[in-house]
Design a protein around this ligand. Structure first.
Ligand SMILES: [Cu+2]
Length: 151
């Protein structure tokens, strides 16, 4: 952070441009490894946006279809369905996790093995409608990480 501040002082204009382009920050991404015969799985992460943004698209070369999904209770049944976008409120962190929002990788071209990496691209739109993308190399894990809550 110190380095960034110094850079900002030296190149104020350039830094402002870079900061504007960085619409969101993604932390702790991971995708669940598939078991034999499984053609779909979920990817999870925390997304934070300083100024607020919408996650408007997801894609991966590893999957035939990639969607943003939400899970919700409908008459006592957990259902998941694609959503057009996911709102990331300014200054808040939105968690994509098991049982909630997630990136759905479907029609997988190959199984996702534990300890491998799957590329996922997130497309964002800021409040002004400017689009930008974040390319992720998402670690594939077998275990369920959701128990590790840090508060
Ligand atoms: Cu799903």
């Amino acid at each position: 952070m110190k380095t960034l501040k110094l850079t900002a002082l030296v190149m104020g204009v350039l830094w402002a441009a870079t900061a504007a382009a960085q619409v969101a920050v993604v932390a702790e991404p991971w995708a669940r490894a598939t078991v034999q015969g499984q053609k779909a799985t979920g990817a999870f992460m925390k997304i934070t946006s300083k100024e607020g943004a919408k996650l408007v698209g997801v894609s991966s070369p590893a999957a035939g279809v990639t969607e943003i999904h939400e899970m919700k209770m409908e008459k006592d049944v957990m259902k998941m369905a694609p959503i057009k976008f996911l709102e990331i409120p300014a200054g808040k962190s939105v968690e994509l996790k098991s049982g909630s929002y997630h990136v759905m990788l479907m029609d997988l071209k190959a199984p996702l093995a534990d300890s491998s990496v799957v590329p996922v691209t997130l497309s964002f739109e800021n409040a002004k409608g400017v689009k930008s993308q974040i390319d992720l190399q998402v670690p594939v894990k077998t275990m369920n990480m959701q128990q590790q809550h840090k508060h």
